[in-house]
Design a protein around this ligand. Structure first.
Ligand code: HEC
Length: 147
């Protein structure tokens, strides 16, 4: 048998095997979550100073919350977003934060700030950066407690 044909058949066969295995695994088990390393340390380091200039005035220097703004770290924050997607959270920032001028901070900068929030909430770092495209972020589940 020609090598390329053999490879193609092998690929199809292993794909079939994967699909069959996948059918037995519940959908949630295959989905990525914030516990799978969805941002990098460098990205969070870029987000820190941005948070300080754009968000800290209302949400507090330590993300503890302010007079009217809720905390962005800790139990209250993570449980509020538990079960939603990172895309939902990103859209929240994208559309409405900073509250006084949402368009002052770019999409990319908001992804960096989100990475910083994740680091402060002790979600693990990974190999690739958090994207600034909502469609991709919607595929990552926000889960409050490490599974
Ligand atoms: C001028 C004050 C102000 C600034 C600046 C500001 N926020 Fe907010 N933020 C608020 C207030 C007030 C709320 C709650 C009421 C609302 O959503 O309108 C809020 C809500 C939020 C929420 C939803 C929290 C939750 O659990 O419901 C997130 C996330 C958030 N802000 C992130 C940010 C980020 C990130 C920045 C910086 C880019 C920022 N905010 C800047 C005032 C502010």
């Amino acid at each position: 048998m020609e090598e390329t044909t053999r490879r193609a058949i092998m690929a199809i066969t292993s794909f079939g095997a994967l699909a069959a295995a996948g059918a037995q695994v519940p959908a949630a088990a295959q989905e990525r979550s914030v516990w799978d390393g969805v941002y990098t340390a460098e990205q969070a380091a870029r987000g820190g100073p941005l948070y300080a200039t754009e968000c800290a005035a209302c949400h507090g220097a330590e993300l503890e919350g302010g007079e009217i703004a809720p905390p962005l770290e800790g139990r209250e924050f993570v449980w509020k977003w538990n079960g939603l997607t990172v895309g939902d959270l990103f859209e929240r920032l994208r559309v409405s934060m900073p509250l006084d001028a949402p368009s002052r901070v770019s999409r990319t900068q908001k992804a960096d700030i989100l990475a910083y929030l994740f680091s402060r909430n002790k979600f693990p770092v990974g190999e690739s950066e958090l994207a600034s495209r909502t469609a991709w972020l919607t595929q990552i589940r926000f889960v409050a407690v490490k599974p």
